[in-house]
Design a protein around this ligand. Sequence first.
Ligand code: AMP
Length: 544
Amino acid sequence: MNLLAGQMMQIPLLISHLITHAARHSGDTEIVSRRVEGDLHRTTWAEAELRARKLAQALARLGCQPGDRVGTLAWNGYRHLEIYYATSGSGLVCHTVNPRLFPQQIAWIINDAEDRVLCFDLNLLPLVEQLVVDVPKVKHFVLMADKDRMPAETKIPNLVCYEDLVAAEVGDYTWPDFDENTASSICYTSGTTGDPKGAVYTHRSTLLHSFASALPDSMNVRATDAVLPVVPMFHVNAWGLPYTMAMVGCKVVFPGPFLDGKSLYELMEAEQVTFSAGVPTVWLGLLNHVQTNGLKFSSFKSTVIGGAACPASMIQTFEDDYGVEVVHAWGMTELSPLGTLSRLRSKHLGLPEADRRALLARQGKVIYGIDMRIVDGDGNALPWDGVAFGDLEVRGHWVINRYFAHTNDPLHDGWFPTGDVATIDADGFMLITDRSKDVIKSGGEWISSIALENLAVAHPAVYQAAVISVAHPQWGERPLLTVVLKPGATATREELLAFYEGKLPRWQIPNDVVFLPELPHTATGKIQKLKLRAAFKDHTWPQG
Ligand code: AMP
């Protein structure tokens, strides 16, 4: 083909451009943080950018080389935001780690990513002291706190104070230019089969995701908004909000670790928050608080809810009782995470109320930049008729093509298999009907059924174990342990649950145990969890 070359500038899509843009064009716009220390901290985009530059200098002084991973164990706050930009902006890779995981899991993830530096919040000091011996490749530990909060004594060698690092630099640093396909950050999925896997995002994928997420039919975030990211910055980069917020230059309100209904409500009111995003469980707590105290929102206008299926009743309560628009979204770590959002097309505007609501309760349509399809067990594309269901596959500008340090190709025919099972209707509205994975999603956090089963079968009385997810009114889903005891052996429910104590974080321990004479198996000898789930779908959870 004899194509004509275009004559447009080519500027790499780099994350540093987001914060320099925010500092230049919305420099005095506020970033408010509820700190783990309890107080409220105020800064601006201009100050955050300057401090990010100083931190980039400090990380270089610590010996970080381009491509090195910098781990974080931190809640949503301004220092975490500065780390996002200082690392990615200077060619390092920001690796956010979920502090709610068990210390062994955290250490495994830090070792897999080979983090060179680990930055952490003050209330996570005891956790880091616990895992320090297990992460030998971490050369520097940075406590994200003021100098007067530094511990007098600690088991952590090379512990440095974040504020000392920043204060030692002048910030005469120019963000470097490099290839937009350079790695910018890494997030780990929770292991469905075996160990967690890292999704390595690029500057380009992150910037394109930010453009898409800000669109009116996407998150619709604007300069006039005050945005409170409830979704943690260690959960798929808070769904990209730290980047989107800089792109649009809005006010930022960070809640720290305080995600209970009362704390959220008070912060939202005090800072006049207009938009937020999070998993259904957190919104359940917020709704409970406003309902029981007869409160109203004075500024809250709209929220994106995703990460787990959002119940239709929640959408209705937000809209009818509080005038808050709910946008149901679906995504995953491997998708940076945004895939679909439930937004109407013009043909739906005249729909009867019940039909409109039913449509909006679905996971919705893809945003531009992502394509999806459903396929049957043989990989054949299925019709978009709202009835046929199959394995959901996606592709697009911010979908991974490989996992960190894995050589095998996870793609199927160029498409990424999500592990979710879905229908798609003729208008392109997707509905997740099931997941082919067996992990349990409790309050927006994954619990691996395999990990629970492996521990259960370590009990001397247990012959076989299968853990399934069963609906729970508060947590969405909770693990139910089903066991077959060894012939002649005895064990009580309490004994088996106590067996998990100290081996896993408390929130991962199953809520109940069911004893069975045998487990259903497939022809190839695998436990048929679908059958178990169907049998116990109405299981009554014990109180407390
Ligand atoms: P994660 O990588 O932890 O964000 O988890 C991604 C998975 O969460 C998806 O593959 C889905 O199984 C589930 N998920 C995310 N959003 C939704 C949603 N709106 N409805 C149902 N499941 C969801």
